[in-house]
Design a protein around this ligand. Structure first.
Ligand code: BES
Ligand code: ZN
Length: 465
């Protein structure tokens, strides 16, 4: 496999610094640019990062966040536990850490409990029954909208594609005596599997109505094939929730300090029902591992590592962060690196894209593409995409880019490959995390960012300043 070979070559380089071997094996000698824009030897500076960053350490953070904590919906307790974990790690590396709280409204969270102790987290329709008083009944699978078997039962329905049609399905099931409804999401918005969702009803109903992911529905049908399945449904309305950004700051040390700040930010929340190993414990794991390694070096600029809360609820953490900055503070931000989904094992996600909102190049895309070239790593490519925490920065005129593994067949029209399991219960380390891809992202983003924060100017120029 290409990715594996590349990693092997890179490891030889980093352990022996046998630069010539690397050039030879990779065939990169022609056109290879081994010097940074500022005239320094880029390769040896990159090695300070590449020799130290370790994908396994990053994935240990992914494990803690996605397995030990699990789903981390914005504003709920699990998200705050994740924030505390991240803060504790930052502090252990020696950083000053700030919590920045912001309001994120309400969440309607459902639980489906099985006899064997398994509990699923789903999203609940706000105007269905929301109660901690359990509705316990057998589940029946409804096919072809035939509701003749639902009386006194919990109906599992493959969700119709339009809201109007699934509202009709819910009303029909309730009219036939269903005591609960679980809607199975069939397709995701980007060709991924369907995720949990809050069913949007116009007319209130007095039974619980929950929005399950595609795989939840499939798992239920598998169980039903082996005999009757009884479940208990409960739900809770969480109101006036607060979410949190966790901010670690590294102050510039070198004399070249130009008053600029560079940010690396990754969201720590996940969607309801999804453990979010790749989306986005991977970005947080990468950030924590870079924070660990960078703490050993002085930088010319302030570096801020930020774990954003509630991205999945509308980029709320990054938007709040940008909103509370003065214009002067915004002007000081030179570049914002946003890793979001940086370690998928999905085969067709072949490249690590540095995506800007409008497709233009900036310090973030240029520094990482150049780092890839110096390292002989051709995974990194520039691109155009929104949908993550780089958007609020871009909208405020601050250079920012999202890092994400994808496969792009065509930009116009946009034809892309993205993993099927993000936003679902299957976004786990076992099903969706690649150590090689994490290592490649660490090397590239780590080296590109390091180049930006350690732009040393020649001694003479410094004296004349
Ligand atoms: N990591 C995703 C964004 C993403 C997914 C980009 C797949 C490209 C391909 C992010 O966590 C996300 O889900 N974003 C939301 C943004 C919305 C809440 C404003 C999305 O895209 O739905
Ligand atoms: Zn997401």
């Amino acid at each position: 496999m290409v990715v594996k070979n590349k990693k092997l070559v890179k490891r030889i380089v980093s352990t022996t610094l046998a630069v010539s071997i690397a050039f030879g094996s990779l065939g990169y000698a022609a056109g290879f640019e081994n010097v940074l824009a500022n005239g320094k030897s880029g390769y040896s500076q990159d090695q300070k990062v590449v020799a130290r960053v370790n994908a396994e350490r990053a994935i240990e953070h992914v494990r803690y966040l996605s397995e030990e904590i699990g789903t981390r919906p914005g504003g709920l307790e699990a998200e705050h536990i994740a924030a505390d974990y991240i803060a504790k790690e930052f502090k252990s590396f020696g950083y000053d850490v700030d919590y920045q709280y912001f309001p994120v409204g309400d969440q309607f969270i459902a639980n489906v409990s099985f006899d064997n102790g398994t509990v699923w987290e789903l999203a609940a329709a706000p105007n269905g029954k929301i109660s901690d008083e359990a509705v316990t009944a057998e589940v029946v699978s409804v096919e072809n909208n035939d509701f003749s078997n639902v009386d006194g039962k919990i109906a599992l329905l493959p969700r119709a594609s339009t809201v109007a049609d699934y509202r009709t399905q819910v009303n029909d099931a309730v009219a036939e005596g269903a005591v609960g409804v679980i809607l199975q999401s069939l397709v995701g918005s980007r060709g991924n599997f369907g995720q949990t969702f809050n069913p949007n009803l116009t007319t209130p109903v007095d039974v619980p109505v929950y929005g399950a992911s595609y795989i939840h529905g499939e798992w239920l049908k598998e169980k039903l094939a082996n005999g009757p399945v009884e479940v208990s449904l409960t739900a809770k309305h969480h109101s006036n929730l607060q979410s949190v950004n966790v901010i670690a700051t590294k102050k510039a040390k070198n004399r070249n300090n130009d008053g600029k700040t560079v940010i690396l930010g990754a969201h720590h929340d996940s969607v309801v029902g999804a453990p979010g190993a790749n989306d986005n414990a991977s970005g947080v794991g990468l950030m924590l591992e870079l924070a660990r390694v960078y703490q050993g070096y002085n930088t010319d600029k302030d570096v801020r590592f930020i774990a954003f809360g509630s991205e999945e609820r509308g980029l709320l953490g990054s938007r709040h962060y940008v909103n509370q900055l003065s214009q002067e503070e915004r002007d000081q931000i030179e570049a914002v690196f946003v890793p979001d989904m940086v370690a998928t094992s999905y085969e067709k996600a072949e490249n690590l894209y540095a995506m800007t909102v409008d497709g233009s190049r900036n310090t973030v895309t240029d520094s990482t593409v150049a780092a890839g070239a110096r390292l002989g790593n051709s995974d990194i490519l520039p691109g155009r995409f929104g949908s993550s925490d780089h958007v609020p920065f871009h909208n405020a005129g601050i250079p920012a880019a999202l890092f994400i593994w994808m496969g792009i067949d065509s930009w116009d029209p946009l034809i892309y490959h993205i993993e099927k399991v993000y936003h679902t219960p299957q976004d786990t380390i076992a099903d969706n995390i690649s150590t090689e891809r994490m290592q490649s992202a660490l090397d590239i983003i780590g080296s590109g960012l390091f180049d930006v924060v350690r732009k040393e100017v020649p001694a003479l120029e410094k004296k004349n300043k």
